[in-house]
Design a protein. Structure first.
Lengths: 246, 135
């Protein structure tokens, strides 16, 4: 018995040590996105790195729509900065000039390539990666890191967009968020609003018509509702109606 | 909601401005729907839309008025149908399925329509045919 306990302790400590090493190696994860597609339907590749500061978390990403080995200038560079001093936390979104995954204040920004809010209603989203594509496989180390990072993202709870985006949307195209009444009509399907509401412990922010593309992807991929939750046939029909714009 | 067999619906917006046509078909391919947008400049007119229903059962004409038009990337127009007792045609345009960076505001939008007559709702898939505007 003593021997068994000894081995359990050794294995646990070793695995914990490996986990801590993986988590703190300051290396990005390199994935093929399960959701994003380029204009010709081919996979989109992301390199993601998390920077932790006392007052903020920075999620920085390079994204290629031109394959995993595209030249440096062909990788978009984006960042989401979570202000941890606010409650609820706020998220500021950046589209940056191409460059390394290295966070600095006052990096040069570019106009958004697409409205961020169409996919990001609650700050950063869970990282969803293909295990294998013809051009790229996600490493075991990256899978472990992604699982841990996704827990970190979940822990933020409700994240609202920085008020700066509302000011800037008056001038920029595409905007951070489309502001018409129609595009901000919220979904009322209970299977969604259980979590996608503005208050409550599990609050993840209302979903609106401008989130239809992301909603459709996640529901069709059976990733929403999440494991343990269900959607009835009537709710599914109502949701389809909503996603079709009616 | 209930899909029914319905006569094809052709909506014609008539007026002094030249028109943007939209052709729609129901999902059973039994009806057709054509929308021509324009304006009637007579302020006394109670309608600005002419609707023609075409189906295996025949053709009939309805009239309507644009009651709301809103949205940016995704848009919705609601046309109330004479005698304005709750019958409506809803036209929706929205971007096709896309991911980050592949959502282009200049891409051809996906057009759909929903015709509500009484308690019956029929859905259509549509295609835009643009004409030049003339003064």
């Amino acid at each position: 018995m003593k021997r068994l306990l000894k081995w359990i302790v050794i294995v646990t400590v070793t695995l914990s040590g490996l986990l801590v090493t993986v988590m703190n190696d300051n290396q990005e994860v390199f994935i093929a996105s399960k959701e994003s597609k380029s204009t010709n339907g081919s996979p989109v590749f992301n390199k993601i790195l998390w920077f932790q500061f006392q007052d903020k978390d920075v999620w920085m990403m390079q994204q290629s729509h031109h394959g995993p080995t595209a030249g440096d200038g062909l990788w978009d560079r984006l960042a989401i900065v979570i202000d941890k001093t606010q409650s609820p936390k706020t998220a500021r979104f950046y589209q940056l000039e191409p460059g390394p995954l290295k966070w600095e204040e006052n990096l040069k920004e570019k106009p958004f390539r697409v409205s961020c809010f169409m996919c990001h209603n609650n700050g950063p989203r869970a990282i969803r990666a293909f295990d294998n594509t013809p051009n790229h496989s996600t490493s075991v180390k990256d899978k472990i890191k992604i699982a841990f990072w996704n827990l970190r993202i979940k822990s933020y709870g409700r994240v609202v967009a920085s008020p700066l985006h509302e000011k800037r949307d008056q001038l920029q195209v595409p905007p951070f968020r489309y502001r018409s009444t129609y595009e901000n009509e919220p979904v009322r399907v209970k299977a969604c609003t259980r979590c996608h509401n503005e208050s409550g412990f599990f609050s993840r922010g209302e979903l609106t018509r401008q989130h239809a593309l992301t909603m459709k992807f996640l529901v069709d991929a059976e990733q929403m509702p999440p494991f343990g939750f269900s959607i009835s046939a009537q709710e599914r029909a109502d949701l389809e109606n909503f996603l079709n714009g009616f | 909601m209930k899909l029914i067999n319905f006569a094809g619906l052709i909506i014609v917006f008539t007026g002094q401005l030249a028109q943007a046509d939209t052709i729609c078909k129901d999902y059973r391919d039994q009806m057709s729907l054509t929308v021509v947008e324009g304006h009637v400049t007579d302020p006394a007119a109670t309608w600005d839309t002419s609707l023609i229903l075409e189906s295996p059962n025949g053709v009939s004409q309805l009239f309507g008025k644009l009651s709301s038009s809103e949205g940016t990337l995704a848009q919705r127009k609601i046309i109330e149908i004479f005698p304005f007792q709750g019958d409506t045609l809803t036209l929706v345009s929205k971007p096709p399925i896309c991911g980050r960076g592949s959502c282009d505001e200049n891409q051809d939008l996906v057009l759909t329509a929903s015709l509500k007559m009484g308690t019956t709702i029929t859905f259509f898939s549509c295609e835009s045919l643009d004409d030049e505007k003339t003064p």
